[in-house]
Ligand binder design. Structure first.
Ligand code: ATP
Ligand code: MG
Length: 412
């Protein structure tokens, strides 16, 4: 026998027995996002590498370590590690700034990051996300957070915690960065290698470090004092306060977390995450924030924007398992020609139905029917002769013989 070829590490098949859960995530996304005026956008899975280098930021782990990059005809291309950069590229390229604001877009699909595979972390995974362009007011921040919470609720997920923070604007953040660097300077040698590398380029990212020894350092009182200080300027503070007042009014519970800085470079002001206590260490289902400078950085006009992305594998692992859906009917018959046309007739009623293409023994077919369907529709010699069918309700074992033209209403 030929050698078996296996799926690549960090990637997974989504098998038929799991697909209904995926459909539910996708259908609810369409349903809930539509209510808020979002339209779906589908952008390519690969883009110019430069889009992510500039869009996601070249001080991030995603760009530095995690991208699947390849060359084709002397162009450097990359499998998208996230979809905000792609959506922004499309927004600019297709002149969407000419549309009346806000422009509200949503997407779903696979993303690719070369990370260490573990529970809740894959190399090909899926995200569903939203982006809103053109509104600088915190009403937009509030609406996207509300949308995330309501999408999760529509899936039956209530037991989740929203964390928020404000990163301020590039202006007020400079001073904060300087203070963080200053207070961490005596600890530099004790920081992990990643943190030492980030220290100069992206000091805020240090606060996001998951290494225990670094976390312990950040707990020190003199460092906490800086972390917990209110560094944001008056305008940023007003924006943040207004956002919180909307969330309060909307009864969206949240906690403030000053350590929440997010992994991507493009955020300013509002950042947020939604976490579950039922996910183990990879506990974030949703991450997002405001990114007012990204459209300009990618060559567009100055356009405020805010959005989020959710990991669909993590969402799935929180959802209760769905019972596999049964066929409406299974035809039990040893007359394939008749069974074919009866099946087509039942399909034309809008029901799903199958019959035994292998034409096995009657009892075997009945056994199969009771496993896969709600009704067995029996078509034997007598039924064919009298233009009838026998219909067995497989839950109750009730069986009746009816005229063919009564079948539709009977199944309904
Ligand atoms: P994490 O802290 O878990 O690495 P992140 O900050 O890198 O998340 P984002 O880039 O904001 O995540 O992506 C949003 C969501 O996508 C995450 O909250 C998570 O649910 C999911 N996600 C991110 N990376 C992966 C991955 N490698 N495998 C599965 N899901 C992922
Ligand atoms: Mg990550």
């Amino acid at each position: 026998m030929a050698k078996i070829i296996n799926v690549i590490k960090g990637t997974k098949d989504i098998l038929p027995q799991d697909i209904e859960q995926w459909h539910r995530l996708e259908e609810k996304a369409l349903e809930v996002f539509s209510k808020y005026g979002y339209k779906e956008i589908r952008t390519p899975i690969f883009e110019a590498t430069e889009l992510f280098a500039r869009g996601v930021g070249d001080t991030t782990d995603i760009v530095n370590k995690e991208m699947y990059t390849f060359e084709k005809s002397e162009r450097s291309l990359t499998l998208r590690p996230e979809n905000t950069a792609g959506v922004v590229r499309s927004y600019i390229e297709n002149g969407m700034s000419r549309l009346s604001a806000p422009v509200k877009l949503w997407y779903k699909g696979p993303m690719f990051r070369y990370e260490r595979p573990q529970a809740g972390r894959q190399r090909q995974f899926h995200q569903v996300g939203v982006e809103m362009f053109g509104i600088k007011q915190p009403t937009a921040d509030a609406e996207v957070i509300l949308l995330a919470v309501n999408y999760l609720k529509s899936l039956g997920l209530n037991d989740l915690e929203v964390e928020i923070n404000s990163l301020g604007c590039p202006k007020c953040r400079e001073e904060y960065k300087r203070k963080i660097k200053e207070v961490l300077k005596p600890e530099f040698e004790n920081l992990c290698e990643d943190c030492q590398n980030r220290y100069e380029k992206n000091p805020l990212r240090l606060l996001d470090c998951k290494v225990e020894s670094c976390k312990a350092i950040f707990e020190k009182p003199e460092i906490q004092k800086v972390i917990q200080s209110d560094f944001i300027c008056e305008e940023c503070a007003a924006h943040y306060k207004e956002l919180k007042s909307y969330l309060d009014k909307l009864e969206v519970p949240y906690v403030e977390n000053k350590l929440l800085v997010r992994g991507l470079d493009y955020y300013n002001r509002t950042v947020f995450e939604i976490k579950s206590n039922n996910l183990g260490s990879q506990n974030a289902v949703c991450g997002g924030g405001r990114y007012d400078s990204l459209v300009r950085n990618l060559g567009g006009e100055d356009t405020p924007a805010v959005g989020w992305a959710m990991g669909m594998e993590r969402l799935n692992s929180l959802l209760p398992e769905i019972e596999p859906k049964k066929l409406k009917a299974y035809i039990v018959s040893n007359y394939p020609t008749e069974a074919f046309s009866l099946a087509e007739e039942i399909r034309s009623f809008g029901f799903d139905v199958e019959f035994d293409l292998a034409n096995k023994k009657f009892t075997k077919q009945l056994e199969k029917a009771s496993k896969v369907a709600e009704y067995a529709v029996i078509l034997g010699e007598d039924e064919i002769k009298n233009n009838e069918v026998s219909v067995k309700n497989l839950a109750t074992s009730n069986q009746v013989t009816i005229k063919r033209n009564e079948l539709k209403s009977h199944l309904l």
